[in-house]
Design a protein around this ligand. Structure first.
Ligand SMILES: Nc1ncnc2c1ncn2[C@@H]1O[C@H](COP(=O)(O)OP(=O)(O)OP(=O)(O)O)[C@@H](O)[C@H]1O
Ligand SMILES: [Mg+2]
Length: 229
């Protein structure tokens, strides 16, 4: 998916008097299949931007286009369809459902996304479980898994329904260096095999070599973009 962001503004009303301005006219393009990092100081608005792109929150002004379709004007019902069918989200704290097994957690998005083929989804999920190395953990509950294993399940969940755009908010923030490296390689590989665009928020500068493009957010706008070959 090609993502185009034009003059995006977002602020939070803290109380009657105080308004926190976070994004101040941000412009950005992410091309189809591009594996991108977004970096910037704590509080610079990385999560805010990811939430706007994930159709979880709405901007105050500005426009976001997914493949020429403007999503900022859509109604909630249409946004839900986009969230279910086009977007994958990976969180720092995994966010697995504790009462569901590893397999059920990854199947969950499909229970809601009705317009995709069942067998195609199941084949993709089986492939992911094997490639991600969690095939033998399917029947375990999240509390019976290590952090690295939980994040692998969360990645399978995010990717099973063939997302076109994957948002990851500090996906390796709670992992050791070995798991961090493996998870980064997995995400990059899946970005290529699914031809999905990725935007990964991170504080870890040692990971920046993995990305096609590194976007720096500062003072509410894009401060710089660097491309890796
Ligand atoms: N729901 C909210 N209500 C009020 N203020 C918020 C809300 N969410 C975020 N903020 C504020 O907006 C600013 C940007 O927050 P955001 O979480 O996007 O930063 P971040 O770049 O993701 O930081 P970090 O690297 O620490 O995760 C911060 O000052 C934060 O306090
Ligand atoms: Mg954040």
């Amino acid at each position: 998916m090609n993502i185009l962001i034009k003059d995006l503004h977002k602020s939070y009303q803290i109380n009657n008097k105080i308004k926190q301005i976070v994004l101040k006219g941000l412009n950005l393009e992410i091309k189809q299949g591009e594996f991108c990092a977004i970096i910037g100081p704590s509080g610079s608005g990385k999560t805010t931007l990811l939430n706007l792109l994930g159709c979880i929150d709405r901007p105050d002004a500005g426009r976001i286009y997914f493949d020429q379709q403007e999503i900022t004007e859509l109604r909630e019902k249409q946004l839900i369809q986009i969230r279910r069918n086009k977007i994958g989200y990976i969180f720092q704290f995994f966010n697995l459902i504790p009462t569901l097994t590893a397999l059920e957690n990854a199947q969950m998005p499909f229970w809601y996304a009705r317009n995709k083929e069942h067998s195609k989804f199941n084949d993709n999920l089986s492939r992911l479980y094997k490639e991600i190395g969690i095939d033998d953990l399917k029947s375990r509950y999240p509390k019976q898994l290590s952090g690295g294993q939980q994040q692998r399940v969360a990645i399978a969940r995010a990717l099973a329904n063939f997302p076109e755009f994957v948002l990851a908010d500090e996906p390796t923030g709670n992992l050791d260096s070995v798991n961090t490296k493996e998870i980064m390689e997995l995400m990059k590989q899946e970005s290529k095999s699914l031809k999905a665009s990725f935007l990964v928020a991170t504080h870890d500068f040692s990971l920046l070599n993995y990305f096609d493009k590194v976007i720096t957010l500062k003072d509410g706008v894009i401060d710089s973009i660097s491309l890796n070959n």
